[in-house]
Design a protein. Sequence first.
Length: 173
Amino acid sequence: MQAPPARQEAPTWVAAHGAVTSGDQLIEIAAQGAGAEAVVLHSIRVRVAASDPALPWNDYLMGFRDVGCGGPLTPRGFEVDLDAARPIAAPGGKQRGFPLKVDVSDPEVLMVTARSTMRDVRWFLELEWSSGARRGLLRIDDAGAPFHVSGARGRPSYDYSLDAHKWMNHADR
C-alpha cells in the first residue's frame, strides 16, 4: 500500500479506498456573522443516524510516524462520545460552552472531536442559531451525508514510517 496522502488529498484517497475514519473524527466549524447584527450560537446537538458494531478492518493512521503537528490557532473544543447511549457535544477542558456570540469581525472556530472505540457510527451535528428576529438550525454533515467513524479497539493498527518508507504495525513503535 502506498504512503498516506497529504491532508488536502485525504478525502479523495478515502473515497477511492472505501475507507472509514477510525477512533477519533475531527470536525472544524468556522462561524461568523455576515451583516451588522451579531449571531448567537445557542447549542450544538449530535444526531446519530446509525450505530452498529465496529467494522472488522485494519486501522491505518493517516499521518507519519515521529512527525509532530500544531499551529497558532486555538479553536473552541467540544468532545463527543459516540459510544454513549445519547451522545452530546460537551465543552473540552475548562472551556465554557454555549451560548456564543459571533459577528463579522469576531468569528469563532469550533473543533468537535467525536470518538468511537466500539461502534460504527453515522452521525451529524445541528447548530442552533439566532440573529435578531431570525432563528435557524444548521445541519453540519459530510456534503449531505452523515459523518462516518468506526471504533478501532482490538484491531491491527499501522502507521507509515518515513525512515523505512513502509507501513509498520503501530504496536512496534
